[in-house]
Write a protein that binds this ligand. Structure first.
Ligand SMILES: Cc1cc2nc3c(=O)[nH]c(=O)nc-3n(C[C@H](O)[C@H](O)[C@H](O)COP(=O)(O)OP(=O)(O)OC[C@H]3O[C@@H](n4cnc5c(N)ncnc54)[C@H](O)[C@@H]3O)c2cc1C
Length: 463
């Protein structure tokens, strides 16, 4: 392809949906994706081999800062939706109202998003587990009940109608729909920069050559979109306000086997009056060993009992923020993130609460991901744990990144308008996680997609 009407960069949650809606409206669409198309049967979900096949940098990405934050993103057709857990939420009206106020976002409320969300939920088969009696998940529900904290089973994007449950990632849903409507999806093509003349995007320069386009939609994820825009000379309010949901982890041991290896808990716990959230993580044996690696000499033997172990996390909405800096001659940008002292304190408290929750749910020992802090065999040691945590010994990671090109009418702080068009440009759009003004406090894919659908609908109505 050397020219097209709509060029979509990135094929993840934002890009696949954008391509599909434009193609279904009869537009000529080309999607460029840096990663390759990995068939579902090629890799085991949540396995270490999936890191090599579908994660950016093999899963080894971290922010600069103290503590460094390990972050994961997909780099394949379907983007992060191929490696994620498929848990589905939509941002609450309280969150949307905060965004309307803080960034002057117009036409963004639950009522406007509802029809888009309904269509996405249908397309992704969002539903509860047919058989929710899954022990590693029940630990969260039981613990929450014992402590009087609210818990819920979170619906997921899964199809359970065949012999095996199939996660409804973008390569199962929106990408085939886009292709069926005539879109071309070109994988293993990295966009180096968007070519601009004045306020117009002319097309892109890629690792495979140049492509002209009438409209360019940048959907390369919060890190990739901001790095690409900055490389293309679009720097105003881009890349300087990275937000994320930091997670701290613990492995819990039980008397009985509770971990089937392949399943991820579907319950989440959110104590009222806090912005904390607790849930379960993928717990294949290799991942259990990684989580125990902070204190490997003491934990090595325990890792062998992986069937009695499962991994859990506590997550928060921090006040700190980060920056994305593309580097000349390097493919990946440098990412910095500064957790404030208050953020570190909140994460330490969150870890303490997670340990209480796990003991209340039946754990007999808990192994927090904190260097040189011993395993706990009862709740009586939780206060010692919280006191021992600091920015030098806490392991923090994230899979939720946003806000590097925030949307809104406040040109002092927003990179793009309320519908994703880059301020001051005629035909350059952003339609992915970068748009969210800050962390939604819940798993973000549903909100990213609903906002993206609203933006494409507004574009089509206007055009
Ligand atoms: C392990 C994991 C678990 C998660 N679990 C959940 C969950 O249960 N529920 C939930 O709601 N969210 C979850 N998330 C988060 C969710 O998947 C992301 O927020 C969402 O996919 C982001 O959408 P996006 O379109 O912004 O970016 P992505 O889906 O990451 O897609 C961006 C795409 O752009 C491509 N790209 C980047 N740069 C370029 C370039 N220069 N040229 C061409 N292509 C490029 C990338 O390769 C990638 O494929 C999880 C994420 C991870 C990593």
């Amino acid at each position: 392809v050397t020219a097209c009407e709509h060029l979509v960069i990135g094929s993840g949650a934002g890009g696949a949906l954008t391509a599909s809606m434009l193609a279904q409206a009869g537009r000529d669409v080309t999607v460029l994706e840096e990663g390759r198309w990995v068939a579902r049967t090629e890799v085991e979900p949540f396995s270490l081999s999936q890191f090599a096949a579908q994660y950016r940098s093999g899963g080894l990405s971290a922010t600069l800062g103290r503590p460094p934050i390990a972050y994961a993103e997909g780099c394949c057709a379907g983007g992060s939706t191929e490696i994620n857990v498929g848990l589905y939420h939509l941002a609450s009206e309280t969150t949307l109202a905060r965004w309307r106020k803080s960034h002057q976002v117009i036409a963004l409320d639950s009522e406007t998003l509802a029809p888009h969300a309904r269509e996405i939920e249908r397309a992704l088969s969002v539903q509860l587990l047919p058989d929710p009696d899954f022990p590693a998940s029940r630990v969260l529900a039981d613990g929450a009940q014992a402590l009087g904290w609210p818990a819920m089973e979170v619906p997921r994007a899964y199809d359970y109608s065949g012999a095996e449950p199939v996660k409804q990632s973008m390569t199962e849903t929106y990408l085939p729909a886009a292709i069926a409507s005539g879109a071309r999806v070109q994988c293993e093509t990295r966009v180096r920069r968007v070519a601009m003349r004045g306020n117009r995007a002319l097309g892109v320069l890629t690792t495979q050559g140049k492509i002209d386009a009438e409209h360019v939609w940048v959907c390369a994820g919060a890190i990739g979109t901001s790095a690409l825009l900055r490389r293309s000379g679009i720097r105003r309010n881009v890349g300087a306000t990275l937000r994320l949901h930091p997670m701290v982890k613990a492995a819990a041991r039980f008397d009985e086997p509770i971990n089937p290896g392949f399943e991820v808990p579907v319950h989440q716990v959110k104590p009222s009056g806090t912005e904390l959230s607790f849930g379960g993580s993928a717990s294949r044996p290799g991942l259990v060993a990684l989580a125990l690696a902070d204190n490997w000499p003491q934990n090595r033997k325990v890792a062998e009992q992986w069937e009695q172990l499962a991994l859990y996390y506590a997550s928060a909405r921090p006040e700190g923020h980060g920056r994305v800096y593309p580097l000349r001659r390097f493919t990946e940008p440098l990412v910095r993130f500064d957790l404030s002292d208050r953020d570190v304190h909140v994460l330490a408290e969150a870890l303490g609460r997670l340990v209480r929750l796990l003991f209340a749910g039946g754990a007999t020992a808990v192994y927090p991901s904190v260097q040189s802090v011993p395993a706990l065999d009862s709740v009586s040691k939780v206060d010692d744990l919280v006191r021992a945590v600091n920015r030098h010994n806490l392991s923090v990671m994230t899979v939720h990144l946003f806000s590097t090109a925030p949307m809104g009418e406040d040109r002092g702080r927003c990179a793009v308008d309320s519908f994703g068009r880059v301020h001051g440009t005629a035909n350059l759009h952003v339609n992915d996680a970068s748009l969210l003004p800050d962390g939604p406090g819940v798993n973000p894919q549903g909100t990213i997609m609903a906002v993206a659908a609203r933006n494409v609908a507004a574009f089509l109505a206007d055009d």
